[in-house]
Design a protein around this ligand. Structure first.
Ligand SMILES: NC(=O)c1ccc[n+]([C@@H]2O[C@H](COP(=O)([O-])OP(=O)(O)OC[C@H]3O[C@@H](n4cnc5c(N)ncnc54)[C@H](O)[C@@H]3O)[C@@H](O)[C@H]2O)c1
Length: 348
C-alpha cells in the first residue's frame, strides 16, 4: 500500500484524507502546533471542527511532535498548511520530503524571499530546499474549485494538478483520482500557482457585491458579474506575464476556483462584511476571532509588490487588484471603488 502524509490538519488537509483513503493510500494526517484541538475532536470521533465532516476512517493521526514518525517511509507528501506556514513547515519536514517521490502543495499564496522578492510557493519551496542543501522530489501544485467540506463528504469535485513535468501530474492524477474526486493534470505549474492566490484576492471583490445587496436589499448581480469577468482577465494577464498558458485562468484553476470561492469562501465573506458596511479592519478582526483565515488579504499585498517588481506598466493593467487593495485598506465607498475598476470606460 503506498503511503502519504498530509501536513496540516485544517479544513483542507483533513478533507483530502477522504479521496486519499478511497484511492487506497495509507493516509497519515499530521497536525501543526496549532491543530491540537482539531485532532482532539477527530480522535473523539467527532466531526472535524472546520468541515463538520468526520475524518475518513483509517486515517492515522500524528501530533506536531511526531513529524519524523509521520514522514517515515512515505511515498508522497501533501503540504496543506496556510501559506504563511509554508516556509516553516517545509523547513521542519525537509528531510522527510526529500526522501519522498513527490511533494503535492495545496497551500495557496505568494512568498517573499529575504530580499523581499515575491515568489510563487513552489519557487519558495525549491529555494528553501537549496538553502539547506536538500534535494527535492518533483512538486505538484494542487488547485481548482475544491471546497474542503465537499471533498471531505465525497461530493463530486474537479481539481487541477500542475507540475513542471506534466507526466508527474498525470501519474498523481492516476493514483489519487476516485469516482468523485477527479483530477485534471497540466504542465502549467505557473498558471495554477498564480490563479490559486489571486482568486482569493478577487473573491473579496465578489463578496463586496453580495454585501451591497444585504445592505440595500437590492441585488448587485450585474456588478458582481462584471467584477468576475475583470478578475478572470487579470488572472490571465498576470499569469501570462509570469510565463503561464493564458488558457489556465479560464479553466478549473481560474474561473472554476473563483466561482466556488465567490459563492461561499472566507474571502468572499470578508468582502461581504465590507460591502454591507463594516469597516475593513473590524471585518478582518471578526474573521480572525472566528479562526477564519482570510488569505486574500496578505495575498493582495504580496501581489501588489509582485506586479510592481514585474514593472512594464503592469500595475495599471490590473485595476481590480488596485481596487481590492484600496477596499481592504478601508477606503470608502467600496461600490464606487470596485465599479470604477470593472466597468468599461465611457467612450469619448
Ligand atoms: N478550505 C478549502 O476549501 C481549500 C481548498 C483548496 C485549498 N486550500 C488551501 O489549503 C491551505 C490550508 O487551508 P485550510 O482550509 O485547511 O485552512 P485552515 O485554516 O483550516 O488550516 C490551516 C492549516 O495551516 C496551519 N497553519 C496556519 N498558520 C500557520 C503558521 N503560521 N505556521 C504553520 N502552520 C500554520 C494550521 O495549523 C492548519 O493546519 C490554504 O492555503 C488554502 O488556501 C483550502
Amino acid at each position: 500500500m503506498p503511503k502519504i502524509v498530509v501536513l496540516g490538519a485544517g479544513a483542507m488537509g483533513s478533507a483530502l484524507c477522504t479521496p486519499l483513503v478511497a484511492a487506497g493510500w495509507e493516509t497519515r494526517l499530521w497536525g501543526t502546533w496549532l491543530d491540537d484541538h482539531l485532532l482532539d475532536a477527530c480522535e473523539q470521533g467527532l466531526p472535524h471542527p472546520r468541515t463538520n465532516v468526520p475524518l475518513a476512517k483509517g486515517t492515522l493521526l500524528y501530533r506536531s511532535g511526531q513529524l519524523e514518525e509521520a514522514l517515515d517511509g512515505v511515498d508522497a507528501v501533501f503540504l496543506s498548511v496556510a501559506s504563511q506556514g509554508v516556509p516553516k513547515v517545509t523547513e521542519l519536514a525537509l528531510q522527510g520530503i526529500s526522501q519522498a517521490k513527490v511533494l503535492l502543495v495545496t497551500s495557496k499564496g505568494f512568498c517573499p524571499d529575504d530580499q523581499g522578492r515575491i515568489e510563487l510557493l513552489p519557487q519558495a519551496i525549491r529555494r528553501i530546499a537549496a538553502e539547506h542543501n536538500a534535494t527535492l522530489p518533483p512538486i505538484v501544485g494542487v488547485a481548482g474549485p475544491c471546497k474542503a467540506n465537499e471533498v471531505a463528504e465525497g461530493k463530486p469535485t474537479a481539481t487541477i494538478y500542475g507540475s513542471l513535468d506534466r507526466s508527474v501530474a498525470e501519474d498523481m492524477a492516476r493514483r489519487i483520482s476516485t469516482d468523485v474526486y477527479c483530477i485534471e493534470p497540466t504542465g502549467d505549474e505557473v498558471g495554477v500557482e498564480v490563479c490559486a492566490p489571486m482568486k482569493n484576492v478577487y473573491a473579496i471583490s465578489l463578496g463586496v457585491a453580495d454585501g451591497l445587496e444585504e445592505a440595500t436589499g437590492f441585488p448587485h448581480h450585474n456588478l458582481k458579474a462584471a467584477t468576475f469577468a475583470q478578475a478572470v482577465r487579470e488572472m490571465s494577464l498576470l499569469s501570462t506575464v509570469l510565463g503561464a498558458d493564458p488558457v489556465t485562468a479560464f479553466g478549473l484553476a481560474g474561473v472554476g476556483d473563483l466561482e466556488v470561492t465567490g459563492l461561499s469562501g472566507r474571502n468572499k465573506v470578508y468582502g461581504l462584511r465590507i460591502g454591507r458596511g463594516e469597516p475593513a479592519v473590524d471585518a478582518l478582526d471578526a474573521m480572525v476571532a472566528a479562526e477564519q483565515t482570510v488569505e486574500g488579504v496578505p495575498a493582495a499585498g504580496l501581489a501588489k509588490t509582485l506586479v510592481e517588481q514585474l514593472g512594464d506598466g503592469l500595475p495599471a493593467k490590473l485595476p481590480l487588484l488596485q481596487a481590492v487593495l484600496r477596499v481592504i485598506s478601508g477606503e470608502q465607498p467600496p461600490l464606487d471603488i470596485i465599479s470604477a475598476a470593472v466597468m468599461p470606460p465611457k467612450l469619448a
